[in-house]
Design a protein around this ligand. Structure first.
Ligand SMILES: *[C@@H]1O[C@H](CO)[C@@H](O)[C@H](O)[C@H]1NC(C)=O
Ligand SMILES: *[C@@H]1O[C@H](CO)[C@@H](O)[C@H](O)[C@H]1NC(C)=O
Ligand SMILES: *[C@@H]1O[C@H](CO)[C@@H](O)[C@H](O)[C@H]1NC(C)=O
Ligand SMILES: *[C@@H]1O[C@H](CO)[C@@H](O)[C@H](O)[C@H]1NC(C)=O
Ligand SMILES: *[C@@H]1O[C@H](CO)[C@@H](O)[C@H](O)[C@H]1NC(C)=O
Ligand SMILES: *[C@@H]1O[C@H](CO)[C@@H](O)[C@H](O)[C@H]1NC(C)=O
Length: 325
């Protein structure tokens, strides 16, 4: 009996040591948004050591732009006046040195976390995973790949050699955690927090003794349907399904012109180019199609290798062969 109990507590210790990972968590909606705080709580409650480092204000749609503050204090209020104008341009919660903001873009937050926060304040920490989101609003398709701050934070992490996962929800309200974060299990932000933990823990379990959770150059882009109190179909635990990043019902941004006002604007339209599947599994459906089909969450596996596949690259090079010698 004694041996068995020592043995099982050793297993428990081993399990908790294996699964306590160091995670950087960022987003583009701001460090004070409900979703990121719910994800922080869920990952921390699951035993992980989380460093939340995110923009001081809303940076949706900033893509991969790398912008740092050029003043030491904020000239304008952060999102939800949290922090207010006059506060430092980067700092942390007075009660928690694991929760930071930076007056910069999501891509810059990843660099700021890796090159300033971690080495300066947590020098012996090795980061296992970088998580972005969950974003307020889905990020599906190639257009989103370039404009989404959430995805851009992720591919910047992957560029630096870290496994990265972008998460996006279907909710659209930009809410302040002090107004909206509760402990209700049917709260959409809390549900997504649990789904983030679930996916991360699958990777950590599979990782075992390997040093990486995902292959080099590879990241994941995850999208959720409406869940919990936002769901009209009582979707509370969407099942993960693999999808294509590109594919049917991909949206692109188009320019509009208003005859009455003379103003230009943008609109999002579906583009469904046929035969554009160059990489990946061409049989998989898109995130848009999957989310429309029921209580599912899509996982796109992407790579940051932008080079064309060798066959089509060769064909393209040959167009120039005679002219360029
Ligand atoms: C980091 O690790 C080094 C070498 O093991 C040790 O000397 C140092 O005290 C550690 N620093 C902190 C802050 O834990
Ligand atoms: C939307 O966000 C605002 C700002 O935080 C908040 O006051 C409001 O309660 C939110 N609404 C919903 C439906 O979550
Ligand atoms: C949620 O639960 C935590 C831990 O149980 C508690 O500290 C916190 O006050 C709760 N938050 C709310 C809004 O009830
Ligand atoms: C919603 O789903 C949950 C979990 O499956 C279940 O416990 C609950 O009864 C369902 N609620 C409704 C209104 O169907
Ligand atoms: C705007 O003006 C153009 C050029 O006259 C016309 O072709 C188009 O139908 C107009 N659009 C609308 C919505 O009225
Ligand atoms: C491609 O996707 C289809 C549809 O989900 C699946 O049946 C097939 O096994 C996948 N092929 C590979 C090589 O992953």
């Amino acid at each position: 009996m004694k041996v068995a109990s020592v043995f099982s507590s050793a297993i428990a210790l081993l399990a908790s040591t294996c699964y306590a990972k160091n995670i950087i968590l960022t987003n583009d909606d701001g460090w004070a948004s409900t979703n990121i705080r719910a994800a922080y709580n869920a990952l921390t409650d699951a035993g992980h050591n989380v460093f939340l480092v995110a923009p001081a204000s809303q940076r949706s749609g900033w893509g991969g732009r790398y912008e740092l503050p050029d003043t030491t204090t904020l000239l304008t209020d952060g999102e939800f006046s949290y922090p207010p104008a006059g506060a430092p341009s980067f700092s942390y919660e007075p009660t928690n040195d694991h929760i930071w903001y930076l007056n910069g873009t999501p891509a810059a937050c990843v660099g700021f976390a890796l090159d300033y926060v971690i080495p300066r304040y947590f020098p012996n920490i090795t980061i296992d995973l970088v998580v972005a989101g969950p974003n307020e609003g889905t990020n599906i398709g190639s257009g989103a790949y370039t404009y989404s701050g959430t995805i851009a934070a992720t591919y910047n992490a992957v560029l630096r050699g870290y496994p990265g996962i972008a998460f996006s929800g279907s909710m659209t309200n930009n809410s302040f955690f002090k107004d909206s974060l509760n402990n209700d299990t049917d709260n959409p932000s809390n549900i997504l927090g649990q789904k983030v933990v679930q996916l991360a823990d699958v990777l950590f379990t599979k990782q075992g003794v390997n040093s990486r959770t995902l292959p080099l150059s590879i990241g994941l882009n995850v999208n959720f349907p409406n869940v919990g109190t936002d769901s009209s179909t009582n979707c509370t635990d969407p099942k993960y399904v693999f999808t294509r990043f590109t594919g049917s019902k991909e949206t692109s941004t188009f320019v509009t012109y208003d005859n009455a006002t003379g103003l230009l604007g943008t609109t999002s339209k579906y583009t469904a180019p046929d035969g554009n599947c160059l990489n990946g599994n061409c049989s998989l459906t898109s995130g848009t199609a999957l989310l429309a089909s029921g209580c599912y969450a899509s996982i796109d596996v992407f790579s940051i290798d932008y080079d064309a596949p060798i066959g089509i690259a060769y064909e393209t090079e040959n167009l120039f062969a005679a002219a360029l010698g």
